[in-house]
Design a protein around this ligand. Structure first.
Ligand code: GLV
Length: 312
């Protein structure tokens, strides 16, 4: 019998409480589930399922933990925690990936087709503006992890010429892949629409600053479902005010919820969505958690391990 600590809020257990025990049993693993903030005998906990909104900050009592299984794709809230010495796995959930693809495709098409213009059209406003075709609109994705690759694949499938940039070079069919500083310059110069799907690390914080915004073609669109601090907010507002960036659709922010007096709320060139671009879906995520616990018990390498030095 293994002991699994669910470290989050009571709602997390509402989401996973029915699914996880049954899925573990199906995999032939009997488990006791613990939800207390500080359980008895913490050294006997085998796995910690960790929600980034958990208030657990000290992992040192969990001396026997075989892994910490993060419920989010992003690990920036936990990766620098020095009390955490057990292996850390991030969430790679097919449901989360599917949601991200749908959201990015929808918001890309909104801007590409000029859907707002048509929705807001009034009776006598007969001003036909036939949209470009996808193959005429080059776009760039920064970040070629699971999410960036899936979004890029869907958009290139629709015909968009997609350039993908990542810190370490990647090779993704259907996309022009670039890396390094020169690659970033090239990726930004051609980006009529830019999607940010990078992990947040010291190397990516404020990657999109005023110099890099200036590299984008005039009238570019920015879509950020990655992390708020990838952007220098003031530099973005300045680029929106000059019209260099025509519109920014932002799902994530330096501070969440986005404070009510933040200029993004009122700016006509900004669409704010409340960190809903995608989310872990318990129905599909549970399989990922169970597979990692199965691997941990069988002594096999865990999936989606975080490299603590690179921070993702
Ligand atoms: C959500 O933001 C996630 O990191 O999964």
């Amino acid at each position: 019998m293994i002991r699994v600590l669910i470290s989050g809020q009571p709602e997390d257990w509402d989401d996973f409480g029915d699914l996880l025990p049954a899925a573990l049993l199906d995999a032939g693993i009997e488990a006791e589930f613990i939800q207390e903030r500080m359980p008895r005998s913490p050294e006997t906990i085998d796995y910690i399922v960790y929600a980034p909104w958990s208030d657990m900050k000290d992992f040192s009592p969990f001396k026997g933990a075989k892994a910490v299984l993060n419920l989010w794709a992003g690990v920036e809230n936990v990766v620098t925690n020095e009390t955490l010495t057990a292996p850390l796995a991030r969430m790679v959930d097919p449901g989360l990936t599917a949601g991200m693809v749908e959201w990015c495709v929808a918001h890309t098409l909104r801007h590409h087709l000029g859907i707002d213009r048509d929705i807001c059209r009034r009776d006598a406003d007969w001003d036909p503006c036939v949209p470009l075709l996808a193959h005429e609109r080059p776009l760039t994705i920064l970040g070629l992890g699971v999410l960036g690759r899936a979004v890029g694949g869907a958009l290139s499938g629709l015909g968009f010429p997609v350039t993908g940039w990542s810190r370490s070079g990647k090779d993704v069919p259907g996309m022009t892949c670039l890396s390094g500083e020169n690659g970033l310059v090239e990726a930004l110069r051609t980006a009529e629409l830019l999607i940010l799907l990078l992990p947040l690390t010291p190397a990516t914080e404020e990657l999109m600053n005023s110099e890099r915004f200036a590299l984008l073609p005039k009238g570019a669109i920015l879509i950020n479902p990655g992390r708020g601090p990838l952007i220098d907010d003031d530099a973005l507002l300045a680029a929106l005010d000059t019209g260099h960036i025509a519109h920014a659709t932002l799902d994530v922010f330096r501070e969440e919820p986005l404070p009510s007096d933040h200029p993004f709320w009122a700016h006509p060139g900004v669409t704010v969505t409340p960190h809903i671009a995608s989310a872990t879906r318990p129905e599909t995520a549970v399989g990922v958690i169970v597979e990692n616990i199965r691997r941990g018990e069988a002594g096999e390498p865990l999936l989606h391990l975080v490299d603590r030095r690179s921070g993702y």
